[in-house]
Design a protein around this ligand. Structure first.
Ligand code: PFF
Length: 455
């Protein structure tokens, strides 16, 4: 019999643990900072509600209905048709995302070590902190070692299986993460930059909305909610029949969005207090946070706590990425869990090497205008995940048929209209919106590519 989650709380914590990660605390603040502040936040929230929540429900429904990994799920629903490729797209996305995700996860370990050895205490201006970050990420040896350490942490947890590994860890780590974040927000509010920070974060300037903003917000919604690649199909496959999917989906989306928004509250007041530019890019939290804490009594403790939090969030997400890949080899190829974890973990770690070196010796190697790291990030977040979500919605809504799966939704729910609304969105709204955005993305990238060709 298939292994199941031990409890409802355990499942929600594990799924929220997959969703809440570097995407919320590292990526969301820097994208908000560089893509238009509050205007970006609004589009992101719209994408979460209109596309994220319905597709989250769809993935959980598919997972529990089929009790399989993404490839197996599509095989059992629409086997023998090209739709099975959607499952493979998911497994490949998990593979690619983890390879660069682990590099950033590795940085968090590096910063914990720096904090514990007192090396963060002299980063008291943003410039010094930025220089330190550049030197740290450019160093090939430490980048690689920390990347491997992060991969090893994920492998260790996935090794333990669903209940004994993934669920047990998430149940402890997720609440801790919330608590630490609240402490950090408290510190940020007394930093002196609250007014400017909040105005940047909460007062939208709609003239800043461009196609680029919309695509980034949409990709971020998918990335942050772990959607479009079957992570939630896989987690849903371990969900027992008695659990209520609608309620669980609401909680996962709520917790993920809450953590992203809280991370913004923790970061932006301090950014403005230090007169930094919010558009610092991927280094934003690594520049701001050490500089804030270095100036504060007891700051070293809080700095270590912050990077520990980021590490926890990253590991629980990394684990879900690895689980998708391993579940495929366990279910479809009959591999043992240990074999799948060791072989696939090692291959992903190797694939991560060029991403780990993208900030140092490979920084001059450009692929489509960015480093190898940027290329994999953009390829997966902006293309593969929204495309995966698009096909999941179309396959469920048009090919397999919603009537075969709708009974998976909370059977005793009094609000029938919620089910109907979901069915309508999955069939008509999600595919349409994703199609339009996707076409404009391809068009924008094509124009940029041609411009580069003739530049
Ligand atoms: N949602 C994770 C984050 O926000 O960091 C990243 C992620 C995990 C994306 C799992 C996709 C996935 F399947």
């Amino acid at each position: 019999m298939r292994e199941h989650w031990g409890s409802k709380l355990g499942f929600v914590m594990a799924a929220a643990g997959s969703a809440v990660g570097l995407g919320n605390i590292w990526k969301f603040p820097y994208l908000t900072g560089s893509k238009g502040g509050a205007a970006f936040v609004i589009i992101y929230l719209l994408a979460v509600i209109i596309l994220g929540l319905p597709i989250m429900i769809a993935e959980l429904v598919i997972g529990r209905h089929t009790e399989r990994n993404p490839v197996g799920a599509f095989k059992s629903m629409v086997g023998g048709t090209p739709w099975v490729l959607v499952g493979y797209l998911g497994v490949i996305s998990g593979f690619l995302i983890l390879s660069f995700y682990s590099v950033v996860g590795g940085w968090t370990i590096g910063y914990i070590v720096k904090g514990l050895t007192g090396m963060l205490s002299n980063l008291n201006t943003p410039d010094v902190a930025a220089r330190e970050f550049r030197e740290f990420t450019a160093n090939p040896l430490s980048s690689l070692i920390y990347h491997l350490l992060f991969m090893a942490s994920c492998m260790y947890i996935v090794f333990g299986g669903v209940k004994g590994g993934i669920e047990k860890w998430n149940k402890v780590l997720m609440p801790l993460l919330f608590a630490i974040l609240l402490v950090l927000i408290g510190r940020g509010f007394f930093s002196g930059g609250m007014e400017k920070g909040l105005s940047f974060y909460l007062t939208p300037d709609f003239s800043k909305i461009t196609t680029d903003t919309i695509i980034a917000a949409l990709g971020q919604a998918f990335f942050s909610l772990s959607l479009g690649m079957g992570a939630m199909i896989t987690y849903g496959s371990y969900l027992s029949r008695s659990e209520r999917i609608l309620t669980a989906a609401f909680w996962i989306v709520f917790l993920d969005t809450a953590v992203a928004l809280l991370a913004g509250f923790a970061v932006f007041p301090s950014v403005f207090a230090m007169e930094l530019s919010p558009a610092e890019g991927p280094g934003l939290v690594f520049h701001v946070v050490p500089a804030v804490f270095a100036r504060m009594p007891g700051g070293q403790f809080f700095a270590v706590l912050f990077f520990f939090l980021l590490f926890l969030a990253a590991v629980t997400s990394g684990v879900s990425l690895l689980e998708v890949v391993c579940a495929y080899f366990i279910d479809e190829k009959g591999w043992s869990r240990h074999r799948a974890v060791i072989i696939m973990g090692t291959i992903i770690a190797l694939l991560g090497v060029p991403s780990a070196l993208s900030f140092g010796c490979l920084s001059h190697v450009k692929m489509l205008g960015g480093t190898f790291f940027d290329f994999i990030d953009k390829l997966t977040s902006n293309y593969m995940l929204p495309l995966g979500g698009f096909f999941i919605a179309i396959c469920l809504g048009w090919k397999y048929g919603l009537e075969k799966t709708i009974h998976e939704l909370d059977p005793d729910t009094k609000i029938l209209s919620i089910k109907e609304l979901w069915a309508f969105i999955i069939k008509f709204i999600s595919p349409f919106v994703l199609f339009v955005v996707f076409i404009s993305l391809v068009w924008a990238d094509l124009v940029a590519f041609v411009q580069r060709l003739f530049a």
